[in-house]
Design a protein. Structure first.
Length: 102
């Protein structure tokens, strides 16, 4: 019998209920970019479902990527966060490096 004083383990990150209406808010071929956007949305309190889209590479080379789904009611806020993210300069830009080096 579980000890009532010990809380039940919680999932690492909450995911939307699969029975809720989810909308695709972001897609990319770069898994790392999807992880960054997922983190931004989760830090804003938006539950995210990250799905990988993989095609058979022998048949469809280079096809694949990731999509991010959110609850329909969270979509407007998620879109604002993603738009702000897209306006940021890319990391490793040569101009940034020159400024750092001096």
């Amino acid at each position: 019998m579980p000890d009532p004083n010990i809380p039940a383990p919680q999932p690492d990150s909450p995911r939307p209920d699969p029975n809720e209406k989810l909308v695709t808010i972001f897609d990319t071929e770069q898994e790392t970019e999807a992880v960054v956007v997922k983190g931004l949305l989760e830090s804003a309190g938006i539950d995210v479902d990250l799905k990988s889209i993989d095609a058979v590479q022998e048949t469809f080379p280079g096809v694949g990527g990731s999509i991010i789904l959110v609850r329909e009611e969270d979509a407007p806020e998620a879109q604002k966060i993603i738009e702000a993210y897209r306006k940021l300069p890319p990391l490793g830009d040569e101009d940034d490096t020159a400024e750092i080096i001096g």
